[in-house]
Design a protein around this ligand. Structure first.
Ligand code: PMP
Length: 358
């Protein structure tokens, strides 16, 4: 039971109560939002996204110390909130029931990308990857998590006031954790569309890093796809090449080779993408090619899947009503999903260096 204490209110529209919401999706569909003391449970159940719950009694790292998540509040005049001047990562830790252990997946790589995102946004962050990993372990140990979870480290421009810029501002690291299972509900048989939105260009907002403000682009992509009845969207970049999904990288199998857009095609440099490339090459002996992908190549691919920390490996079986391959999850996607699942749960000794034990 996540929510303890008296449920004080059932709120049908809920927007004013969702400040701590990690996604916000679902609110418009009018599900009941149960507001309890020190705990908010969001029922984000809809056709496309699974339920996400945020327990405000769990602990977070905020302003240099570990505090209950309910106390980790920012002011509405904060720069990062006003201008999207924050960078973040989304990480997962997986519970291994057999070993009774929690394993965080590649935190060093996530923190490295976070620090790089910070560099692009002229941030000064007083921690290195090891320091951030230690904070993460301290937060996780405080709550003794024993289930699959999602971790959200953020660095935001934390000063208050008006004035759009990056320089002469304070950068504040924070981290919260939430219980998490599936992100894309239909992850073995997804029907995706080409978004009418274009992926942000690296000359507009750094595309290879995770900049909070850039996620307005992802949100537009996701909502329009879901409202049109699709599970997810493929996004073209400003040159008309396939870049990625709303928050996932993309792969296609063509003529026996696994093809994915290069990091110079305005994609986020995904940690799952990198891991899948290694697994495909080293474990399955598949040729992996990083090259630009044209729109119509997608329709004639043998298999397509999308990858991300939240989404994991999503099998795409239809694009704009055209079946991909046989129209069901293909053998390579099936194998990679199983391999990846074992690796993230700390069940594959060869990849133990990717799992940090809590
Ligand atoms: N692209 C975007 C825009 C994303 O937000 C994400 C999720 N972080 C990804 C791709 C996948 O990256 P990763 O595998 O590191 O989660």
């Amino acid at each position: 039971m996540l929510c303890q204490g008296v449920m004080q209110d059932i709120h049908p529209s809920g927007y004013e109560n969702v400040r701590a919401n990690v996604s916000g999706a679902g609110a418009e569909r009018g599900e009941a939002f149960q507001i309890g003391r020190g705990c908010i449970r969001y029922n984000l159940i809809n056709q496309f996204i699974m339920e996400v719950s945020v327990d405000l009694t769990k602990h977070a790292f905020f302003e240099g110390k570990i505090v209950p998540l309910g106390d980790a509040k920012i002011n509405i005049a904060t720069h990062g909130f006003l201008y999207g001047t924050a960078v973040f990562s989304g990480m997962r830790a997986y519970w291994n029931e057999e070993k009774k252990r929690l394993f965080v997946f590649r935190p060093f790589e996530h923190f490295h990308r976070l620090l790089n995102s910070g560099k692009m946004m002229a941030m000064s962050i007083p921690y290195d990857e090891e320091g951030l990993t230690q904070i993460m372990l301290d937060v996780l140990r405080t709550d003794n998590w024993q289930q699959d979870i999602y971790l959200r480290p953020t660095v935001d421009k934390s000063d208050m006031g008006i004035g759009v810029r990056l320089h002469d501002l304070t950068d504040e690291f924070s981290l919260f954790v939430t219980a998490f299972e599936k992100y894309v509900k239909n992850d073995s048989n997804a029907h995706v569309t080409f978004s009418s939105w274009r992926r942000i260009d690296d000359n507009v907002i750094p595309a290879r890093g995770k900049v909070a403000g850039a996620y307005a682009n992802s949100a537009l992509i996701k909502t329009d796809a879901n409202r049109a009845g699709f599970d997810e969207a493929i996004v073209l970049d400003s040159h008309g090449h396939v870049s990625e999904g709303s928050a996932m990288n993309i792969f296609m199998l063509r003529d026996g080779a696994l093809v994915t857009p290069p990091i110079t095609d305005n994609i986020l440099e995904g940690i799952t993408r990198r891991s899948i490339i290694e697994l495909a090459r080293n474990e399955l002996g598949i040729e992996v090619v990083e090259r630009s992908i044209d729109r119509t190549e997608v329709f004639i691919a043998e298999e397509i899947f999308m990858t991300g920390t939240a989404a994991q490996v999503v099998a795409v079986t239809k694009v704009d009503h055209r079946p991909i391959g046989a129209g069901t999850m293909g053998p390579l996607t099936t194998k990679l999903r199983a391999l990846f699942d074992d690796v993230v749960h700390g069940k594959n000794p060869k990849y133990h260096s990717w799992n940090v034990e809590v």
